[in-house]
Structures are given as C-alpha cells and as structure tokens.
Ligand binder design. Sequence first.
Ligand code: C5P
Length: 224
Amino acid sequence: MSSVVVPVIAIDGPSASGKGTVAALVARELGFHYLDSGAIYRVTAYAAQRAALALDDEPALVVLARQIELRFDGVEVFLNGVAVGDVVRTEEAGRAASQIAALPELRAALLQRQRDFRQAPGLVTDGRDMGSVVFPDATVKIFLTASAEERAQRRYKQLIEKGFDASLAALLQDLRERDARDAARSSAPLRQTADAELLDTTSLTIAQAVEQVLQWFRVAKATL
Ligand code: C5P
C-alpha cells in the first residue's frame, strides 16, 4: 500500500509570540491549509460557558467537545453553524481556554478533530503541542517565542489598534500566568521538544520570521 504523506509545519510557542500570524502567512505563501489549534480550545471553552458548565467539569466538557460542530472560514470560527466573532479572541477567553486545556481527557477528545485538518497539499498549524502530540511526524517543528516583555508589547499594540482598553502591566502578568499554567500542566505541557527548531522573534520582523520558517521547510522537504 502506498500512501502520500501530507506535509505538516508545526509551530508551537507561548501566548502572543506571533506564531499565529507567522503560521497563517506561511500557509498563504505555500497554498497550504491553516489550523489555529488555540481557537479550538477557545471555542470549546466558550461553548462550555454558554452551556453553564464549570471549566473543571471534565466529564461534561468531554461530552460537549464531542458534540459541538466547529468550522473555520479564514479567521472566523463557526460554532454549531453560527459565527462566534471576537468574543473568543479576548484575554478572558484565552484564560478560559487555558483552564480547560489542562484537562487530559478533554485534550484527547479534541485530538482527532485537529488531525482531520491534515489535508493535501499541506498544513501549517500553531499551538502548544502540535509537534509533540498532535502531529509528531510533522515535516518541520518550530518553537516560536519572544521575550515576555516583547510579547506583552505586541499584544498591547494589537488591542489598542482594535480600540480595546489595555494595561501593559496587566497583560504582562496575564501572559506570565498563562505561560506558567501551560508549561506546568502534566498533559502536553508547553515546551520545546528536542527535534524542534528554536525561532526567537524578539528582534525579528514578521517577514524575517516567515522567511526562516519557509527556509527550514524547503530544507526538510528536500530530504523527504
Ligand atoms: O494560542 P491561544 O492563545 O489561542 O491558545 C489559548 C489557550 O489554549 C492556551 O493558553 C493554551 O492553554 C491552550 N492551547 C493548548 N494547546 C494548543 C493550543 C492552545 O493547550 N495546541
């Protein structure tokens, strides 16, 4: 039996590192599909809150995760056919996502949903465990990060540009707390795996980061 391996570029890293922006641009450049895995956790947490479920009620969350219908169209996410909009992009939604993301059975319930995005001609995906758990055979694995201060600055700029109120100090504290929770959990913790390239974007432009990812992909593809 011959099977064609669909290439995957897995980009993991902490909150607000810019990995989503870089991943989406790389996908566009290559004509690949794009999966924002964080959005799956964000929408699941949102659906749980709407259903008045406690964010630590693992059995109920697992049932919910299996029931909901999720669809992406560009940056828009549809929950059971209805566009959810920016409510899942707030800091509160990120915190709720991070809470449910610490539950191993819930993560397991969302695994196949993520793997289904691996479709020809290829997939670029970003998250915390794309290279370590979801796509362990990814063509290229990248750990994309930046200093906490730089990430807080970037998030601050983004929120202000969108017309939201924001406090740099509160954002920095929130990022540190979320990083600590994502790194300390026992199930799929955030960390750079031995086979992942480190991409520190603290002093890189978005274009430079995109180019570096493309270069690693070209090299990896040549040896496929
Ligand atoms: O990347 P984003 O900030 O949208 O992710 C929201 C939260 O979802 C993260 O803080 C993390 O706890 C969780 N997450 C995860 N695994 C992923 C993607 C996101 O645990 N692959």
